[in-house]
Ligand binder design. Structure first.
Ligand code: F3S
Length: 398
């Protein structure tokens, strides 16, 4: 791989052992993927924040980095943590977990990384620009960056996105190259897609059946940012899909040559129904979990409009997960106050998957996110069901 003199100097340790190790990681990944050179990236979004997922191993990693007092070279933000950083006691987080979680965030802060603690940086003022190279690691955000915004990122891991944050570099391979961004399969969407969950179901179905491929969806009638994030998250979870195109809606669709699409598959009402059927509610629900990916202002307002004149059933908890930025929005502050009075909990900084409380305290969870279903179902003691937000809310309020 070609390296500039400056990159070689860093690799040789002239700016310290830690930075050299960070660059070594990027070079290694580049070599494995036949990259010819390193390129600059404009931002990094870093996963590996929740103490639930990273454990104590992360502290030796921080020890290594901190030896040389490293600071990030580009704007860098964090993925959700394992708890709401302000209301973790109310969430029922134990003191050991909260202590470790606070320590982890503090370590990231020391490096100059912003504690946005959200998987939807693009909803809080960090939309990537068309064509810009970035190093993001939350899988749904990666797919949004590539597909919805036309930015370029591979699906980075926590350590590699951190290495990019500290060096400002990544290896040029995969989705950074235009030739790798072409769709491989045409999906004719014959089913009607209306709710966020419908888009999530399409994504889940595609990922499960065609995982790893880039699809070109035809027949989708509208694609709001909320629908795109539902689609992105589901596909990334069930099939590691990091990019897709949607006719008329995503920025690179015009470059697609229809004759290059040799395979066509139909997504019909039958496929849609079969996914809903598979995750159909079977037991008495004890938790409704909304906000995977983190809920936007629009989603919180939608929920409020349904529940405002109604009462929540007492045997069901409702949790909505969002970013701190959305939660402190003036309009949302007043809505959340009213929802709190109704017993609805709106948390920031965390989510139903990366926080321990959902798994520990609930056995029958319903959500409108296929990604949440995918990950929460890994715990065999938890039953997880899927439905549209409208249907879910209808059942739990009176
Ligand atoms: Fe975000 Fe958690 Fe879902 S990080 S995409 S809300 S699993």
């Amino acid at each position: 791989m070609y390296l500039t003199k400056e990159q070689e100097r860093i690799l040789e340790g002239e700016e310290g052992e830690s930075l050299s190790k960070m660059l070594q990681l990027i070079v290694k990944i580049g070599e494995v993927n036949d990259a010819e050179k390193l390129i600059s990236v404009n931002s990094a979004q870093i996963a590996g924040v929740s103490y639930l997922t990273v454990g104590d191993a992360i502290f030796s990693f921080f020890d290594m980095i901190n030896k040389d007092n490293l600071k990030v070279k580009i704007p860098s933000w964090l993925n959700p943590a394992g708890m709401d950083m302000g209301r973790y006691k109310e969430m029922g987080i134990d003191s050991l977990f909260s202590k470790k979680q606070i320590q982890i965030i503090e370590e990231y802060r020391k490096l100059g990384i912003k504690d946005t603690l959200t998987c939807t940086p693009y909803l809080v003022g960090h939309e990537p620009k068309f064509g810009e190279h970035v190093a993001w690691s939350e899988s749904s955000a990666v797919s949004m960056a590539n597909s919805y915004f036309g930015a370029r990122t591979n699906r980075e891991g926590g350590p590699s996105s951190l290495a990019s944050a500290l060096t400002g570099l990544t290896a040029e391979y995969g989705l950074h190259l235009p030739e790798n961004r072409k769709p491989e399969v045409l999906i004719e969407v014959d089913a009607v897609l209306e709710s966020f969950a419908d888009f999530s179901v399409l994504g889940f179905w595609f990922g499960e059946n065609q995982g790893g491929k880039i699809p070109f969806f035809r027949g989708i009638k509208q694609l709001s940012i909320e629908k795109a994030k539902s689609l992105s998250a589901a596909m990334a979870a069930s099939g590691s899909v990091a990019m897709y195109h949607v006719e008329y809606f995503t920025p690179e669709y015009k470059k697609i040559k229809k004759e290059d699409l040799t395979e066509t598959i139909h997504f019909t009402e039958e496929e849609k129904k079969s996914i809903y059927e598979r995750f159909k509610e079977q037991d008495n629900i004890d938790l409704i979990a909304i906000g995977c990916p983190h809920a936007s202002k629009k989603e919180i307002k939608m929920i409020y409009n349904v529940v405002k004149s109604k009462q929540k059933k007492s045997d069901v908890d409702i949790m909505i997960f969002t970013s701190r930025k959305v939660l402190t929005d003036e309009e949302i502050v007043s809505i959340v106050k009213k929802m709190t009075k109704k017993g609805i909990k709106v948390y920031a900084d965390t989510c139903m998957v990366v926080s321990p409380v959902t798994r520990q305290n609930y056995r029958n969870i319903i959500t409108n996110s296929s990604k949440a279903v995918f990950y929460l179902s890994k715990n065999k003691e938890t039953n997880v069901f899927l439905d549209t937000l409208e249907n879910i809310l209808r059942r739990i309020v009176r």
